[in-house]
Write a protein that binds this ligand. Structure first.
Ligand code: HNI
Length: 142
């Protein structure tokens, strides 16, 4: 695990604040990803990708809930995301570089909502956490 003890505590307490906004933050991150990286829209042809649509809200919540599960299992993120990794690799066939694009958009959403409170330290530890999740999601690609 790349997160030290203090960093893990920081991620857990930050994520507790994120959890109640899972739907909104997830939806906003997806919308931003589609705008900033239009190639990602190709995976979601059946979705209404308008800002705040019910598709984006529902899917945003699912993505964030999976990350909440991972935040609760920092010592075994691979296990926590195993089912999703299998799905993304074998059914959805999402090109793994896209994970980083979504992570970047999540940082932008957190910075917009938390402003100065989203310090460079928090940005760094949350990035470590999200990158761990991305590599767990990639584990079934091998
Ligand atoms: Ni992702 C479905 C979690 C990144 C494309 N994705 C899911 C589901 C979860 C999820 C949870 C619901 C699956 C289920 O029903 O069991 N996705 C995550 C997480 C990340 C992520 C935690 C990264 C942090 N997914 C991405 C990216 C793309 C992506 C970057 C493409 C650009 N995901 C999909 C698609 C689906 C999906 C496509 C199926 C959507 C649907 O309902 O049709």
């Amino acid at each position: 695990m790349v997160l030290g003890e203090t960093e893990s505590k920081s991620v857990c307490s930050f994520w507790k604040g994120v959890e109640p906004h899972a739907e909104q933050f997830g939806s906003e991150a997806l919308w931003r990803m589609f705008c900033a990286h239009p190639q990602t829209k190709t995976y979601f042809t059946k979705f209404d990708i308008a800002k705040g649509s019910s598709d984006l809200n529902m899917h945003g919540k699912r993505v964030m809930n999976a990350l909440t599960l991972a935040a609760g299992h920092l010592d075994d993120i691979c296990h926590a995301l195993d089912k999703q990794s299998h799905r993304h690799a074998n059914e959805l066939m999402v090109e793994p570089t896209n994970f980083t694009l979504l992570i970047d958009c999540m940082h932008a959403v957190f910075a917009l909502h938390y402003g100065q409170k989203y310090t460079p330290y928090l940005h760094a530890v949350v990035d470590k956490f999200l990158c761990e999740c991305a590599s767990a999601l990639m584990s079934h690609y091998r």
